[in-house]
Design a protein around this ligand. Structure first.
Ligand code: NAP
Length: 315
């Protein structure tokens, strides 16, 4: 545990999975003298107060950011502009304003013009999450050994960037700095495209005529089950990701469709060598992810497997 608070007052806007995880970690690690939080939803605010997510739950965004040294918008990308408008007149001079959105260039475009010049706007994206939403879904350890990407605009104050980087390092994350445009291209292939594929496959399986829904559920462990986890992700969040990272996603989708056509041709031609070579290359990528600690090495994603059934006559 780190004893010295990094900020006198931190304000969090949005207390879903990410906001409530940041809140829990800030409190457990003592990173702020005071943590103030709010959410657009009265039910979420009430629940946050009930489970003690912050020192104080404010009624609205304006009240939450008053005198805060660090403000983080933990809301869907499509809500970032409205948040910036609601907080702009109430920000303390010198305050660092950030977000956690999964898309960066659109957030920069939406928030930067709204914020006063006496504040430091440094967008960020913790590349960590689960398929769950809401204030009860968060946990303090979510960011440990995950990446947090900062995308400061040109000319951003270096000391403010470093303070925000230190904040995320204290939450357990590794920090990398890049441009918003590069972030969006990288995440289009590592996150946005896989989600789109999962949403597609799960939808396709649901609409098949010759395979019943109960068969899909029953035999899901053949690979489908792992796609369903991703396809259960929050619809609002993912709608906003695709609306706001359109260009990069379309570019990656084009590359994906070409590769899919190549594999389709290999299957049609019975080209085992092409299939084997491709699968060997992708297996090496999975092993690379495990070797750098970004996933566990356990078979079947570490799921527990029950014991063998007892045979008749066994005691
Ligand atoms: P979430 O669980 O749905 O929580 C978002 C919360 O923000 C909701 O309680 C929502 O309230 C509230 N909100 C919406 N508009 C608001 C506004 N104008 N002012 C105040 N509060 C507002 O979402 P999340 O998963 O934490 O995602 C939040 C952000 O993190 C998104 O930008 C997402 O791209 C990013 N992110 C998510 C993940 C992930 O895996 N989930 C990972 C990394 C980054 P209502 O329900 O009333 O709208």
């Amino acid at each position: 545990m780190n004893a010295a608070p990094l900020f006198a007052r931190v304000a969090l806007i949005g207390l879903g999975l990410i906001g409530s995880s940041v809140a829990r970690a800030v409190r457990q690690l003592g990173l702020a003298d005071e943590l103030v939080a709010t959410d657009a939803s009265p039910q979420v605010r009430a629940r946050a107060a009930e489970i003690g997510l912050a020192d104080r739950i404010a009624d609205d965004n304006a009240a939450a950011v008053k005198d805060a040294d660090l403000v983080i918008a933990c809301v869907p990308v499509g809500a970032c502009a409205a948040v910036a408008q609601s907080i702009a007149p109430h920000l303390k001079p010198g305050a660092i304003v950030s977000d956690v959105g999964s898309v960066k260039a659109a957030v920069l475009r939406a928030m930067a013009p709204e914020l006063p010049p006496h504040t430091h706007f440094i967008p960020a994206h913790p590349v960590a999450g689960t398929e769950d939403s809401g204030p009860d879904a968060g946990f303090a350890e979510l960011f440990i050994n995950r990446w947090c990407i900062l995308t400061p605009p040109a000319g951003a104050d270096a000391a403010a960037v470093e303070r925000l980087a230190e904040f995320w390092r204290r939450l357990g994350a590794n920090v990398e700095v890049m441009t918003a445009e590069h972030h969006d291209l990288v995440l289009a292939v590592t996150s946005h495209l896989p989600h789109l594929i999962a949403y597609t496959i799960v939808g396709t399986a649901d609409e098949l005529e010759d395979v019943t829904r109960s068969e899909v559920l029953k035999f899901s462990a053949g690979g489908f089950r792992d796609f369903t986890r991703i396809a259960a992700s929050d619809p609002t969040m993912w709608r906003d990701v695709f609306l706001n990272n359109k260009e990069a996603v379309l570019e990656m989708l084009g590359a994906f469709q070409e590769d899919l056509s190549k594999l389709t041709r290999a299957i049609r031609r019975g080209d085992g060598e092409a299939l084997f070579d491709h699968f060997t290359r992708t297996r090496a990528i999975r092993r690379g992810i495990v070797s750098i600690g970004q996933d566990a090495a356990g078979p079947d994603f570490g799921r527990p497997h029950g014991p063998l059934p007892k045979t008749e006559g066994e005691g």
